[in-house]
Design a protein around this ligand. Structure first.
Ligand code: G6P
Length: 464
């Protein structure tokens, strides 16, 4: 029997492939878990605070413990994955098949029957654990493409639960989806939810086209609401953290370190081939070649956090970026210790990242496909004096509402070069007007609003 709760509101169980925790080794050698300040924690934290909410997920280790942990007000229920399941489920089907297929940016998806088997087994393990730990009548909120079978698996095990699913990445059209033999099972898995949420209306429509073209119906007699809930950031929190004296001082030190250039371009990404990093660095190279900017007083700072390094396509991307940085820096000496491109290939601490956002003049986001792109929103949140220009890909979900950015087609290099050049000569009043409008948008549509919208709809679904 599931444990019962005696509260007016349903308890919430969040499920994501990766748990929002990081381990540190304490002085006494003990492993201590703390919450990692990712987007979802910021999003759901306020809604979950003090509710004793549960979070089910994988802690990123091989054969990790399944012992529950209490971390900063969350009950963490780790799902242990074997090396074989990590290979087949996480590296294989999730990131070797689904990620390239759903983003569809020219990197071929790889297909393997054993990967699908691992994906099914991992989804069952997650569903099993959620079924075990969820109180009677709880709301379960499942995250992202690693767990698309969980809603239906869970509904079979626990029809008393209300199930939400949110898809953080793009959803492809039927033509693209046709490459996936298991697409009907994936769609059926999702339709086990009461609410299926996407970033954009475009994704909602793609989902409907897929279910229609496959003739996939909602199993049983429950209703499924499919809608767009564009995710955001904790705008006030980011803005406040960026104004801290320490961050502001670090930002001016950074500019000094770079030789006080008159212009700083910035890219901040996970090292992923969907982010268009080579494309933007090549555009910068062309800008230097054209003479519109010089490496002596212009720098491109690219921060890249290593990601999914065991997956082949990620290794190729990393090598490609290294090659571009080496070439550009050899070709365009800056006369200072830094190169024309300053490449920070590391996981930067939060404060350092904020200092970069404050130090930059122009943020460059050139994703070839991107569910939302929260970096664009974070940059804007950090510009409390309305300075700074955002160059933003039309292919990022963020572009739907951030129309005051300099929007670029990331597949057209000339357009990126022109946008970089335009960003250098925008009139100050135009810069301030655009940034004020962007800040207004991101302040109004923050992540608390996202969480409230989707959780309120789940609460309504539960009541009906
Ligand atoms: C994207 C996905 C997330 C994922 C994150 C980091 O934002 O939408 O679901 O957790 O990348 O990737 P990783 O493979 O390290 O979990």
């Amino acid at each position: 029997m599931p444990p019962t709760v005696d509260t007016a509101h349903a308890q919430l169980v969040v499920v994501s492939n990766r748990l929002p925790i990081a381990y540190q080794i304490a002085a006494d050698g003990e492993k201590v878990a703390s919450l990692s300040p990712g987007g979802l924690v910021a999003a759901l934290g306020p809604a979950l605070a003090g509710t004793g909410a549960t979070w089910v997920g994988w802690d990123g280790t091989v054969d990790g413990s399944e012992e529950p942990l209490d971390v900063e007000g969350f009950r963490i229920e780790p799902v242990s994955l074997t090396a074989e399941l990590i290979k087949g489920h996480y590296e294989g089907f999730s990131n070797g098949t689904l990620w390239p297929l759903f983003h569809n940016v020219g990197v071929p998806a790889r297909f393997s029957a054993p990967w699908w088997g691992s994906y099914e087994r991992a989804n069952e393990a997650f569903a099993e654990r959620v079924a075990k730990v969820s109180p009677e009548g709880a709301v379960v909120f499942v995250q992202d493409y690693h767990l698309m079978l969980v809603p239906a698996l869970l509904r079979n095990r626990r029809p008393d639960l209300t199930i939400g699913y949110f898809h953080h990445i793009p959803f492809p059209d039927p033509d693209t989806m046709a490459a996936l033999d298991q697409r009907a099972m994936v769609l059926q898995g999702l339709l086990g939810a009461d609410i299926v949420g996407f970033q954009r209306q475009r994704d909602v429509e793609a989902f409907h086209k897929n279910t229609a073209s496959m003739g996939v119906q909602v199993p049983g007699d429950h209703k499924v609401q499919v809608a767009a809930y564009p995710i955001s950031i904790d705008t006030a929190g980011v803005s406040q953290a960026a104004q801290a004296l320490k961050v502001q001082a670090r930002a001016s030190d950074l500019r000094k370190e770079w030789g006080n250039p008159s212009r700083v371009f910035l890219g901040v990404d996970r090292l992923d081939y969907t982010k268009g990093i080579p494309e933007r660095l090549q555009a910068f190279e062309e800008l230097l070649a054209s003479g519109a900017a010089s490496s002596e007083d212009t720098v491109f700072v690219q921060a890249g956090s290593p990601s999914r390094e065991t997956v082949e396509q990620y290794q190729a991307l990393s090598a490609e970026i290294d090659e571009i940085v080496t070439r550009v820096n050899a070709k365009y000496p800056s006369g200072q210790e830094r190169g024309a491109i300053v490449y920070l290939r590391e996981n930067l601490p939060r404060e350092e990242m904020l200092a970069l956002f404050v130090a930059a003049d122009v943020m460059v986001v050139t994703s070839l496909a991107d569910g939302m792109n929260l970096v664009a929103k974070e940059f804007v949140a950090c510009r409390s004096d309305d300075s700074g220009v955002l160059v933003l890909s039309t292919e990022a979900g963020a572009a739907e509402t951030m129309s005051e950015a300099l929007l670029v087609n990331p597949f057209n290099k000339t357009e990126i070069v022109e946008a970089l050049e335009a960003s250098l000569v925008l009139a100050p009043e135009d810069v301030a007007r655009r940034m004020a409008a962007l800040r207004q948008e991101v302040s109004t549509n923050d992540v608390a609003r996202w969480a409230r919208a989707i959780l309120a709809d789940l609460e309504t679904a539960r009541a009906n």
